[in-house]
Design a protein. Structure first.
Lengths: 201, 289
């Protein structure tokens, strides 16, 4: 196994890269309680991409952790979580956007930076656009669902140094937004850098 | 030679040896009535809600198991999905007809409203922070924002063959074909919501199918707050455990109406919904629809 890239992604910034089949991606929460929004695409067919819903239905659970297999909208396996020191991750909460921020917090947040801005900019480097954005993964984000269906982003369960590793089950393009949100506890109100290490098989 | 053509519809009768005979044969097939078909013109629809005049009907169609349909509806129209016999599952995609890159966003819909289980009064939000539709009525309460539309792999595993041309067509590919007829592509299909099959989440995250018994008929009514491309497939829920492809008929009816008025309490239910309507109003400034 050879390290292909070893990056520190600054707070509020995007990242993208291709994980070769059999290779791994390790994401480390360097500062603690840092939400990391993430989308996966088949490296050769970008219309086939991570589907949160297919993934949740297949594992009959909304939380992602070790053993979870992230599946595409065609039902195929894309990435398996092989190590997770945090414990669980979200995939129902979606990505923050300028537009949804105006609903959640008020129109004064319209010009704050947001994950959809990162996804659109970073995705444009790969020919991806708005129509390619779907429900994403939120690594290290804590979103419980109560018995009456009430859900929400609450204080995190992550800490500095916690990490997860995924093993690619095909060649996968990974798009990341190191979440800049300042209006809820997903980043402990303090966006911080993350580590992203990619290896081959 | 043609008398034994194996693909001729049973009961259609007659020769197809010449163009004239073939034309007569083709025309003799008209006026056949099946359950899964559209009413054309839609204004000929019957068995409508008491307050809906037939001349306002824009769309009336029944989908049998595995069937799909799509239609553009003007702002203000009401879309009624009816589970006629208690075992339908309506997979719904919504796109803003005037800006098709804007579409239903399930994550924003649930997150912004702090609620996974939508019912009467809930709005379906776009990815641009606007209201696509509001749920005006819901006699079922069994819906799903988590599992979305089953794909071919799901159906291959459960029914042996999930191809759209097979006996157990999958919802995802049906909806892709529906969108393609409006110039859209595979990547334009967003995660879909499904009605009439409820999924619930336990505290540890486990999903379970709602065990509340189905009532039939059941309906959901949505009001379009923007011009919408509505795409629907009637396909068994992905967590349906039956090994036979089971889905009872779904009726779709839509009629002309007025968008939610500025002083309607539906708009002021919560601060989040109020701002979503303000954003919708903002889009409409200077536009006719």
């Amino acid at each position: 196994m050879t390290t292909l890239t070893d990056d520190v992604v600054a707070a509020r910034s995007p990242w993208s890269g291709v994980i070769p089949a059999g290779g791994t991606i390790t994401i480390t929460d360097l500062g603690g309680n840092q939400a990391v929004d993430c989308l996966l695409f088949d490296a050769y067919d970008h219309a086939e991409r991570y589907c949160a819903h297919t993934t949740m239905a297949a594992q009959r659970n909304i939380f992602l952790t070790t053993g979870s297999v992230l599946r595409s909208n065609e039902g195929r396996e894309m990435l398996e979580i092989v190590d997770d020191t945090c414990g669980r991750h979200d995939t129902i909460g979606g990505a923050c956007s300028q537009e949804s921020n105006t609903l959640r917090y008020g129109h004064h947040t319209k010009h704050q930076h947001a994950c959809v801005e990162n996804f659109l900019y970073e995705g444009s480097k790969w020919g991806l656009g708005k129509r390619d954005l779907v429900s994403n993964i939120n690594w290290f984000m804590n979103v419980p669902v109560e018995p009456d269906g009430t859900m929400g982003i609450v204080d995190g369960i992550s800490a500095p140094g916690l990490r997860l590793t995924g093993r690619a089950l095909r060649d996968v393009l990974v798009l990341i937004s190191n979440c800049p949100q300042m209006n809820n506890p997903c980043n402990a109100f303090n966006p911080t850098p993350i580590g992203v290490v990619v290896t081959d098989s | 030679m043609v008398a034994d053509t194996p693909n001729r519809p049973s009961g259609s009768g007659g020769s197809t040896a010449t163009t004239s005979a073939a034309r007569n044969h083709a025309r003799a097939q008209a006026n056949t009535v099946v359950r899964g078909m559209p009413t054309v013109p839609a204004t000929a629809a019957t068995d409508l809600p008491a307050d809906v005049p037939a001349h306002d009907v824009l769309w009336d169609e029944v989908l049998e198991a595995g069937e799909y349909a799509a239609h553009v509806l003007p702002r203000g129209s009401v879309l009624r999905l009816a589970d006629l016999e208690g075992d339908a599952c309506a997979h719904l995609a919504l796109h803003h007809a005037d800006l098709p890159s804007e579409r239903l966003n399930l994550a924003d819909t649930t997150k912004v409203q702090w609620q996974m289980y939508p019912t009467t009064g809930a709005v379906l939000l776009s990815d641009r922070g606007r209201v696509l539709a509001v749920i005006l009525g819901d006699s079922s309460g069994r819906h799903d924002t988590i599992c979305s539309a089953p794909n071919q792999a799901d159906h291959d595993a459960k029914y042996g063959d999930g191809r759209v041309e097979g006996a157990a067509p999958n919802a995802r590919d049906r909806l892709i074909v529906a969108l393609s007829k409006f110039g859209l592509e595979r990547r334009d299909l967003p995660p879909t919501i499904s009605f009439f099959k409820g999924v619930r989440v336990d505290a540890d995250g486990t999903l379970r199918v709602d065990d509340v018994p189905a009532v039939a008929p059941a309906f959901v009514e949505l009001r379009a707050e923007l011009a919408l491309l509505v795409s629907v497939a009637n396909v068994p829920h992905v967590l349906d455990t039956r090994s036979t492809y089971t889905c009872s008929p779904l009726r779709i009816t839509a009629w002309r109406g007025e968008a939610t008025a500025p002083d309607d309490p539906l708009r002021s239910q919560t601060p989040e919904i109020e701002r979503a309507y303000l954003n919708t109003d903002d889009w409409l400034l200077g536009r006719s629809s």
